[in-house]
Design a protein around this ligand. Structure first.
Ligand SMILES: [Zn+2]
Length: 269
């Protein structure tokens, strides 16, 4: 099983060297699970040698366009491609009810000869609070993280906690630093892929690099950083992290036996 970062940049990433932080999990047989589907997904998939035809399973963490804005491309392209079936769509129940009305329906509701809805394009699997979905015998537990609090209400994102070949992985998705709520997953994980804002003018809705440097060394030592802005990056390894994930970077999880596992990381596919 391989984890490919199609991109590792922030929402407003520009330039030729990075895309939105969307990933593909690719099984040894070639089955694929897309983890978030941002508005530049058609470009990032193409650069990695894939297209809408490869996207049979999708997980959506929250409703910002760098995570959901590419669903129109995937949904419509697959609907009119006779070689494709509806992709499975996994997402938390609370955003399953919003993704259509608040994000996708504007461009996808009107279809030749009919009125469409989310089920026209996707096989929707709404997931209960703190519950999980199964893909390729892997259990993906949804972890609610605090992304935006507007004083009236919380807009969460849903990170994932899962295990591949003995490696426990915590993928935060977009988040503030919320150790009080989710500290147990930082402890349990062998590998953490963490949102990290590197902007000179940090927003309050993403954890900043400066905040992450204050974490204990044992946590930083299993942490890869992604979701950063274009431009200069600090020396993450010197600060105790594993590093910044680059676009196209592949993490290869290879089972050796039930007790031991190897973990390889390649620079590029
Ligand atoms: Zn977001």
């Amino acid at each position: 099983m391989k984890l490919l970062f199609l991109g590792s940049g922030s929402a407003f990433t520009t330039g030729a060297d990075n895309y939105h932080s969307n990933m593909l999990l690719i099984s040894d047989r070639g089955d694929k699970l897309l983890l978030d589907c941002g508005s530049d997904i058609r470009f990032s998939l193409h650069d990695a040698g894939f297209s809408h035809q490869d996207i049979t399973d999708i997980y959506i963490s929250h409703l910002h366009a760098d995570h959901v804005g590419g669903m129109e491309y995937i949904g419509i392209s697959r609907l009119f491609d006779p070689s494709c079936q509806k992709p499975n769509l996994y997402l938390s129940k609370d955003i399953a009810s919003e993704v259509w009305e608040r994000s996708l329906s504007g461009g996808m509701r009107h279809i030749g000869g009919d009125i469409a809805n989310l089920d026209t394009y996707f096989k929707v699997d709404p997931i209960n609070y703190q519950d999980a979905f199964i893909w390729q015998d892997i259990r993906f537990q949804l972890i609610r993280v605090i992304h935006i609090h507007n004083s009236f209400s919380l807009m969460p994102s849903y990170g994932l906690f899962f295990e591949i070949a003995g490696t426990k992985i915590f993928l935060t998705t977009d988040t503030q630093l919320c150790l009080a709520e989710n500290g147990e997953y930082y402890e349990q994980a062998d590998l953490i892929f963490h949102d990290c804002e590197t902007s000179k003018y940090p927003s309050p809705v993403h954890v900043s690099y400066a905040q992450l440097t204050q974490l204990p060394p044992e946590i930083k030592g299993k942490m890869w950083l992604y979701g950063y802005q274009p431009g200069h990056l600090p020396n993450a390894q010197a600060d105790g992290f594993l590093g910044f994930v680059k676009r196209g970077q592949v993490f290869d999880f290879e089972q050796v036996n039930t007790q031991n596992f190897t973990f390889h990381q390649r620079d590029r596919i």
